[in-house]
Design a binder for this molecule. Sequence first.
Ligand code: CAA
Length: 258
Amino acid sequence: MVYENVIVETKGHVGLITLNRPKALNALSSALVAELGQALDAFEADDEIGAIVITGSEKAFAAGADIKEMSAKSFTDCYLGNFITKGWEAVTKVRKPVIAAVAGFALGGGCEVAMMCDFILAGDNAKFGQPEITLGIIPGAGGTQRLTRFVGKSKAMEMVLTGRLIDATEAERCGLVSRVVPTAELLDEALKVAERIASMGRVATLAAKECVNKAYETTLAEGVQFERRLFHALFATEDQKEGMAAFAEKRQPNFKNR
Ligand code: CAA
């Protein structure tokens, strides 16, 4: 597969996807979004890969959907073409953990793609925002829903209604990002965290991700029940036996993903 808008690399057991349209601040054109989906599918299918990092450049993770590409679209084009659905939601379908390593601008669809990832590590120059209102539209890739769940109604409403950008410090304070690191160290740190995740037993890792995501979709009682069932199920894996034996023997576990 030849990619023109993303760079796809393997780093140990981590799949790294770098959004790469520097002249357009990684604006998410349909071609870029399609390639992102293909790269994610390929890493999902690769048994050697245990976690995925999506990043951009130091200046921009992504400055949103491609405004020039969509400006002439009609309602009918958007509706019949199912705009922002095909390809865009690929990140949410991946079962392996996906980390967004965000430096610079993560705006509009860029912020929304970052929020589709399992967590966001931010460089200290990161800026997040949903400026769609300034273009006469609203967020269309889940921003009104995911941002509200991350930061609460008050801040989400202010950001969505005014288009105000927030910096990395504010993003960490309100729970949008898990951590802020110096931008120069962002990619190394993201790869280190991803490699650590990839070193865990895959069955437990996927189960953990599924359980945390369930918290968004169900009641507390049902979510806890769901967690309990998967917790019980993990006692059927070789990795559980290995993990607990390694603890007792004071050594590192050697997980086989079985
Ligand atoms: N789409 C297309 N091109 C974009 C773009 C976008 N979202 N964002 C930036 N670019 C292009 C600019 O047009 C410019 O190209 P030219 O050199 O050919 O003119 C190039 O990238 C560099 O951008 P700027 O000169 O504007 O750079 P800057 O440093 O002065 O400003 C910025 C940076 C504040 C991010 C500014 O580019 C900006 O406001 N971009 C648009 C952000 C935005 O509104 N995003 C939301 C898009 S709508 C959306 O995403 C819908 C959805 O929910 C899915």
